[in-house]
Design a protein around this ligand. Structure first.
Ligand SMILES: *[C@@H]1O[C@H](CO)[C@@H](O)[C@H](O)[C@H]1NC(C)=O
Ligand SMILES: *[C@@H]1O[C@H](CO)[C@@H](O)[C@H](O)[C@H]1NC(C)=O
Ligand SMILES: *[C@@H]1O[C@H](CO)[C@@H](O)[C@H](O)[C@H]1NC(C)=O
Ligand SMILES: *[C@@H]1O[C@H](CO)[C@@H](O)[C@H](O)[C@H]1NC(C)=O
Ligand SMILES: *[C@@H]1O[C@H](CO)[C@@H](O)[C@H](O)[C@H]1NC(C)=O
Ligand SMILES: *[C@@H]1O[C@H](CO)[C@@H](O)[C@H](O)[C@H]1NC(C)=O
Length: 476
């Protein structure tokens, strides 16, 4: 495995000849062609990118924070932080370079991932792989009551006598539950958003249901994050009602959750070729070590990809928990954890962005959401939009598809969308009355979408909506 510090990796990337092109079978360190030097440089770069070189697969184990919501001040503010992605904020915001005098912000859509949570996946013997106190979720109240009735809330209890105790940690948390730290991050996210779009730019005047539409998935964690955001924007919202728009879970376009067998078949096919299977084979030693410590050997969900290991490690490290240690005292090592993090980035980029046919997969599975976004911007163009802001709180699956469809993956490989990952789509009106869209990803303007005509942006969204989506999804 090649371990390169971030600075060196990016320095080498800057040497990349533009003629490197996509990796091919001959694009390795040992070809004997006249353009050997170029091949060598390209091969080295591919090595850093985490692609295949002479049968060895390595990963870009580069910069990233995975153990705290606070990025240390010694790192750039917009460093990838899996625990709490950078987001738009007044200190690091600049007006669009192309905005001429008299241009004003007139409309926006935002999509983000929820904040920190407990692991979504459980080891077969989950209990022993946690500190004895387990997970604490007693520090904020889980309310969920029928309007006009008693304000009931629920508390998770995990009785010590429960015969199935081995399958869950101790404490007061369910799987996939937003933690108090995640709620605090959501509040700060809302505060930063408001400091920019209200205080600095004066675009949003107040938090009200006429100007702001909040849409979430059906999960408690996205809804609680929406509440945290609103509270961060305006503390007087505490205890007040605010509607969240959701779709039925079976057809929800946001996570997304509608079924599409054609998409599944396409993905299965590109996860059956060497471009995918090689990385599983090459990391067999790592997998064997993890299985031995965590009791996951022979389980499909843990062997077809590294998703579950990634989730169970990051959820722990982001919450300040130790890496899992089993009852014989053996722990997952930091080095193996770093490798899992790098593989996670590789897998997300491959599945949703880089694989042959991944574009089709992304479009089939997120086409309904792209259609909804296109409708929003067209409604705005037609003068029929009543909201100033439509704010979506979804999941990593929402963010990776949006990032891929908007073409972010053509600029640089996509990484696993961090907790709180954010895409902001701003519409600006020039003094001549023209509308331009500017997109920001994790608080930073996206190179290719810094100033595009609204028609062009709508066309980009619509280009991700397959024809006859329902029929296609149900064909083979
Ligand atoms: C490796 O990671 C760094 C830090 O995230 C990133 O800037 C760089 O583009 C990556 N390099 C490649 C070739 O993917
Ligand atoms: C968290 O990660 C950073 C960056 O990798 C590292 O420098 C730091 O020591 C880690 N902190 C803890 C408490 O593990
Ligand atoms: C934005 O400004 C740059 C630099 O002035 C210019 O080259 C570019 O054409 C402008 N883009 C648009 C869409 O107006
Ligand atoms: C969790 O609690 C049970 C019951 O009190 C205890 O037997 C078990 O050892 C605890 N788990 C850990 C990892 O300490
Ligand atoms: C991509 O789709 C085409 C057309 O269906 C198919 O021939 C090809 O094998 C697919 N590629 C992968 C890697 O699955
Ligand atoms: C704990 O992990 C070690 C090292 O991977 C392994 O040898 C041992 O069998 C594991 N113990 C249990 C109880 O899973």
């Amino acid at each position: 495995m090649l371990l390169l510090p971030f600075g060196i990796a990016s320095a080498i990337r800057d040497f990349l000849p533009s003629s490197c092109g996509p990796p091919t079978a001959s694009n390795n360190l040992f070809v004997k062609t006249p353009s050997m030097l170029l091949q060598l440089i390209c091969g080295f770069l591919i090595l850093i990118r985490g692609e295949r070189v002479s049968g060895a697969i390595t990963f870009n184990t580069s910069a990233g924070i995975y153990n705290s919501s606070q990025t240390p001040s010694s790192f750039p503010w917009n460093t990838y932080n899996y625990c709490n992605a950078p987001h738009v904020n007044a200190d690091h915001y600049s007006l669009p370079v192309n905005a001429t005098k008299g241009s004003e912000l007139v409309y926006m859509n935002v999509m983000m991932r929820h904040h920190k949570r407990t692991p979504d996946n459980l080891y077969p013997n989950e209990n022993e792989l946690n500190p004895s106190a387990g997970w604490d979720c007693s520090d904020f109240i889980q309310e969920n009551y029928g309007g006009g009735t008693a304000r009931v809330f629920h508390e998770v209890t995990i009785p010590s006598w429960h015969p199935f105790l081995s399958q869950i940690w101790n404490g007061t948390c369910d799987a996939g539950q937003l933690t108090a730290g995640g709620l605090a991050d959501a509040v700060q996210h809302g505060k930063d958003f408001w400091a920019l779009y209200h205080t600095k730019l004066g675009f949003l005047k107040s938090v009200n249901t006429k100007d702001i539409l909040m849409r979430t998935s059906t999960e408690d964690r996205t809804q609680q994050v929406a509440g945290g955001l609103l509270f961060g924007m305006d503390h007087t919202t505490a205890g007040k009602s605010f509607p969240l728009v959701t779709q039925p879970s079976g057809i929800d376009s946001l996570p997304p959750d509608y079924s599409c067998s054609k998409a599944n078949n396409i993905r299965n096919a590109y996860q059956s070729v060497p471009a995918w299977t090689d990385h599983l084979e090459e990391n067999a030693d790592l997998k064997a070590r993890l299985d031995a410590t965590l009791g996951t050997a022979g389980l499909d969900a843990w062997s077809s990809w590294y998703d579950h290991f990634f989730d169970t490690f990051t959820s722990r490290t982001c919450a300040g928990h130790p890496l899992p240690c089993n009852s014989t005292g053996a722990c997952v090592s930091q080095a193996d954890t770093n490798q899992v993090f790098a593989i996670g980035d590789f897998e997300y980029n491959y599945i949703w962005n880089a694989a042959q046919n991944s574009t089709t997969y992304t479009q089939l599975t997120f086409g309904v959401m792209f259609a909804e976004l296109a409708m929003n911007f067209k409604l705005f163009q037609s003068g029929g939009e009543t909201f100033k802001l439509r704010f979506y709180v979804g999941h990593d699956g929402s963010m990776i598809r949006l990032a891929s469809g908007l073409g972010f993956g053509k600029v640089a490989p996509l990484r696993w969308p961090a907790l709180g990952s954010e895409v902001v789509m701003e519409v600006w009106k020039t003094s001549k009355g023209e509308h331009f869209v500017r997109v920001l990803h994790e608080g930073t303007p996206v190179q290719t979408l810094e100033w595009v005509g609204i028609d062009e942006f709508v066309a980009l969204l619509q280009s991700n909506v397959p024809d006859n989506l329902f029929e296609q999804c149900n064909s083979s």
